[in-house]
Design a protein. Structure first.
Length: 144
């Protein structure tokens, strides 16, 4: 307790709501195949929070989960199928589709997993081949 709600988010139908009690630790775009397939789009715009900052406040019994790999636990609403967030237990982080977060000023700072891209984005931001070093990647940068 004690942490102040900063942002609210909800699934597509609104039955599941969750709160984010801090500012995101990072915002950006992921181009990996898993994100593309899960989000059903050519690129995933996401914001990352520390796991402990994410709390389901309504409809917890309607939260479904799916883990294709132990690194990513994907949460979704069993009523509407809408996405909620994806937990990364090894990193202690959760990523939330930026479009779900009410009032979030989306300020991306990088692209990750750009080597898997299907859509080039020439926005001048760094294009990391995989992940930053602090997240277990090489940190190497690709041309746009
Ligand atoms: Zn829903
Ligand atoms: Zn991804």
């Amino acid at each position: 307790m004690g942490e102040v709600q900063k942002y609210k988010a909800a699934c597509f139908c609104g039955k599941v709501e969750f709160e984010l009690s801090s500012e995101p630790v990072a915002m950006g775009y992921c181009h990996c195949e898993s994100c593309r397939r899960w989000s059903a789009s050519p690129v995933n715009a996401l914001a990352m929070w520390k796991l402990e900052s994410v709390r389901v406040v309504q409809g917890a019994d309607m939260v479904g989960g799916f883990s294709k790999t132990p690194q990513a636990h994907r949460q979704w609403c069993k009523v509407c199928g809408g996405h909620l967030f994806t937990e990364h237990p090894e990193l202690g982080l959760a990523d939330v589709p930026a479009a779900l977060v009410e009032g979030l000023a989306f300020r991306p700072s990088l692209h990750v997993n750009y080597k898997e891209k299907v859509l080039s984005i020439k926005d001048g931001l760094p294009k990391l081949s995989d992940l930053p070093k602090e997240m277990g990647g090489t940190g190497s940068v690709l041309p746009e």
